[in-house]
Design a protein around this ligand. Structure first.
Ligand SMILES: Nc1ncnc2c1ncn2[C@@H]1O[C@H](COP(=O)(O)OP(=O)(O)OP(=O)(O)O)[C@@H](O)[C@H]1O
Ligand SMILES: [Mg+2]
Length: 242
């Protein structure tokens, strides 16, 4: 079966510094991938290349066989992106943001209005729909990012730390919702620093470190330590109390 996301020899440099250094991987349709790595590993840079927010120097990124650069008109509507940073248009209401985004992907008005209502109700934002997003709390803004990623009903969801700053209740709610979406057949590509989140949700784990893929396997193999050698690391700080 054709991969939902296929990255081949992708390289992205900033002034000669390789933030992503010749990475390759495929994501099967219907998979739930945890894309993990420390700060600065290259996760967001990879996501930005897939979603067309970044250019890149060499290699390719394909969505269901279509090139994200050459065939961007076909690939962009297939992806719903929940970015790491809030990047809402400050001149639109919360409701307006979703309707506008739907229009960007050619969703007809009536469907856009119905989906907007349903998503805002699902995420407890309906009462605030006429407000400016700046009046939302951090957790509410996270929910709005998720609503915006879903408004055009994409096949693939790319989520860059979607639960960062979420309280426990919201985090569990997002986990439940993402599991439902994946069960319905959506392919999900998620970055997180929350290991519980990665373990609970992912079927596949890809680890990136200093721009290189360090590990790629199904979650069970990783958890049972079949593919990684056990490592024990002890850190002591000079002058630390005994
Ligand atoms: N616009 C930019 N210009 C220069 N360097 C950049 C730019 N964006 C990212 N980088 C660098 O590329 C590297 C990878 O950054 P990236 O944002 O992809 O990391 P990340 O894995 O998403 O980290 P985090 O977990 O902190 O979000 C870092 O060293 C970062 O400083
Ligand atoms: Mg990042």
């Amino acid at each position: 079966m054709q991969a939902a996301i296929s990255i081949q020899h992708l390289v992205k440099s900033y002034n000669g510094f390789k933030a992503v250094d010749d990475i390759s991987f495929d994501v099967s349709a219907g998979d739930f991938v945890g894309f993990l790595g420390p700060n600065g590993a290259g996760k967001t840079t990879t996501i930005n290349a897939i979603t067309g927010l970044n250019n890149f120097q060499s290699g390719s990124a394909k969505i269901f066989g279509m090139d994200v650069v050459k065939d961007y008109r076909q690939t962009r509507p297939l992806i719903g992106l929940c970015p790491q940073e809030f990047n809402f248009d400050p001149f639109l209401s919360i409701e307006g943001l979703l309707i506008y985004q739907a229009g960007y992907f050619g969703v007809v008005k009536k469907i856009a209005a119905d989906r907007t209502r349903a998503l805002l109700q699902r995420f407890g934002l309906f009462e605030k729909r006429k407000q400016d997003f700046r009046k939302l709390s951090g957790g509410m803004k996270r929910r709005l990012l998720l609503c915006r990623a879903l408004i055009h009903d994409p096949q693939i969801l790319i989520l860059d730390e979607p639960t960062a700053g979420a309280d426990i209740e919201l985090k569990y709610d997002i986990w439940k919702y993402l599991t439902e979406l994946n069960t319905q057949g959506k392919t999900i590509f998620l970055t997180t620093h929350n290991m519980e989140e990665a373990e609970r949700l992912s079927k596949t784990i890809i680890i990136i470190h200093k721009g290189k893929i360090l590990h790629h396997s199904d979650k069970e193999s990783l958890v049972q330590n079949k593919t990684l050698e056990s490592k024990y690391l002890e850190l002591t700080r000079e002058g630390a109390p005994p």
